[in-house]
Design a protein around this ligand. Structure first.
Ligand code: DOR
Ligand code: ZN
Length: 348
């Protein structure tokens, strides 16, 4: 008998589904395996107001395959001028689940992000008051900060003061990518939690740059050293409730990935749950997979876990290489596409 595991249906607490033809092409992969997903607001232009989020939610819902119970959860893109009243009204109406901070110029579509951290204090105070989660792209965008130190510098310069000034504000450090980040989250749980991507669990910067430049391993925050990866693996597989699943699946058209200036982002939703299972199996921690994929996230967000289940089996399968996208975008390549993947979803 092949090895099998049945767990409560996972949620994806960090996802980019984009818009238009790309949204239609990529959303079915997430809806097939996940109960809910936090949909990131970094569209062009970004999703800032509750009104914009209602409209985006409609477009996302229209892309869900018929019969699927998948629920998209919407976020507001924080700017210097975000109105706390709009955030509160959106949260109370169930339009917004959380607010997302992109420091300006830190990553893809972050030009509208926060430039002056003093200006966001009224919004943070309001979120603290109403119990609304705050999601952070935790990288210092100051050009003097080395790209491999951006997370550690952000933590010291920005995150530490926020935790202190707003002790009731629940924060997620998204896609934690460094040993310093992991240690900091652990020390500040449960106020602070972190999502972990499948690729930060598996790759090192030597994989990315050591055998040719592999643009499909380029993401923000960038992949770091082996020691960082190993710390992230220990955190995810430890069972500690502050660490939970967030794929950061971020599809881009091939023409934007393979360009003189390529964009960061790894489209992994078709293989994500299989890769998490592989990592947990390698670490002899399959008994803790469900906590990471399906329990810890809801706990941080104060939502009930899903009631449905998903079953994975240790059976080799080949992931598709790409997804076709209508129109000028044409296609997006899938992380690990064309390779044999060890764990397969056999029931969901
Ligand atoms: O690699 C990334 N891609 N990191 C981000 O923060 C944004 C994302 C995207 O939207 O493509
Ligand atoms: Zn992201």
């Amino acid at each position: 008998m092949a090895e099998r595991i049945t767990i409560k249906k996972p949620d994806d607490w960090h996802l980019h589904v984009r818009d238009g033809a790309m949204l239609k092409a990529v959303l079915p992969f997430t809806a097939a395996h996940f109960g809910r997903a936090i949909c990131m607001p970094n569209l062009v232009p970004p999703v800032v107001t509750a009104k914009e989020a209602v409209a985006y939610h409609e477009r996302v819902r229209a892309a869900i395959p018929e019969g699927s119970k998948f629920q998209p959860l919407m976020t507001s893109y924080l700017t210097d001028n975000t109105d706390p009243n709009d955030i509160e009204a959106g949260f109370r109406d169930g339009v917004f689940t959380a607010v997302k901070l992109y420091p300006a110029h830190a990553t893809t579509n972050s030009t509208y992000g926060v430039t002056d951290f003093k200006k966001i204090n009224p919004v943070l105070a309001r979120m603290e008051k109403i119990g609304m989660p705050f999601l952070i792209h935790g990288e210092e965008a100051d050009p003097d900060t080395d790209i491999f130190d951006r997370e550690a510098v952000f933590i010291e310069r920005r995150l530490q003061p926020m935790l202190k000034n707003f002790p009731g504000l629940r924060i997620v450090l998204e896609h934690v990518s460094s040993r310093e980040g992991v240690d900091f989250v652990r020390a500040h749980a449960p106020q602070l939690g972190a999502t972990i991507t499948p690729y930060h669990l598996m790759l090192t910067r030597t994989d990315w740059l050591g055998y040719g430049n592999r643009p499909y391993m380029y993401c923000m925050p960038v992949i770091k050293r082996r020691e960082d990866r190993d710390a992230i693996r220990r955190a995810a597989t430890s069972g500690e409730t502050c660490f939970f699943l967030g794929t950061d699946s971020a599809p881009h058209p091939v023409s934007r990935k393979l360009n003189t200036v390529g964009v960061p982002g790894i489209f992994n939703s078709p293989v994500a749950i299989s890769l998490y299972a592989q990592v947990f199996a390698e670490e002899n921690a399959l008994d803790r997979l469900e906590a990471f994929t399906s329990l810890n996230g809801p706990k941080h967000y104060r939502l009930p876990p899903n009631t449905e289940t998903i079953t994975l089996e240790r059976t080799g399968w080949t992931a598709p290489e790409e997804v076709e996208v209508d129109g000028p975008d044409e296609r997006a390549l899938i992380h690990r596409g064309g390779e044999t993947i060890q764990w397969k979803v056999v029931a969901a």
